[in-house]
Design a protein around this ligand. Sequence first.
Ligand SMILES: Nc1nc2c(ncn2[C@@H]2O[C@H](COP(=O)(O)OP(=O)(O)OP(=O)(O)O)[C@@H](O)[C@H]2O)c(=O)[nH]1
Ligand SMILES: [Zn+2]
Length: 215
Amino acid sequence: MMKEEFIEELKGEPGTDLPTANDAFDSRKYKRESGEKAAQLILGMTGEDVRREGLLRTPHRFAKAFDHLFQGYDLNPQTAVGEGVFDSEGKGLVSVENVEFYSMCEHHLLPFWGTATVAYFPDKKILGLSKIPRLLETYARRVQVQERITEQVAAAIQELIAPRAVLVQVKAQHLCMMMRGVEKQTSFTLTEKVEGFDSLQAHEQQQFLSLMGRR
Ligand SMILES: Nc1nc2c(ncn2[C@@H]2O[C@H](COP(=O)(O)OP(=O)(O)OP(=O)(O)O)[C@@H](O)[C@H]2O)c(=O)[nH]1
Ligand SMILES: [Zn+2]
């Protein structure tokens, strides 16, 4: 689309041709078109000639890239875990540590990324180890705040295997605090969710605490 045509189109009813959230998640075509339109709008902010060769396929690439970044909306805890719930033979601590993730901050649509440590004391069930990164992906690949990812991963584990206790700890850097805004380059944010701590024996509590202290 030529820039002039594009500007004409934008002069129409404000916002009416933009997709709604429900539409966007209903159809792949609508998702792709929304992504392409979004890229065109962003490029519109730059005053660049959107017909120059380097930018011609940018809306297409942007839509594809963002489809990947937001693929968490196509996932849920059940699909993420599949058949990966097993009967537990032991009751000891299980921890999967330093699992990396990428997410998009819901305030600025800029990336934040880091690692998560997930630990639990099983009761009757355990999760396949790979399912922990899969649960993290399910919630990270959305527009998010770090606190919500932390809570959602803990709630999903609770729901899936009802462990005696669960700990989720997320450490992340936010591009919106680095590349703009306060422009702090070395700070990071730590969020935690702990459930069932009081029901643990003292030495088990100590195991949780030492995991928390390590980061
Ligand atoms: N709690 C929380 N805040 C976040 C997260 N990601 C970004 N933020 C913050 O969201 C806040 C949005 O604040 P606003 O004042 O509405 O936006 P702003 O004017 O762009 O803020 P500044 O970043 O301070 O320039 C900022 O303080 C961001 O640092 C997150 O995952 N969790
Ligand atoms: Zn932000």
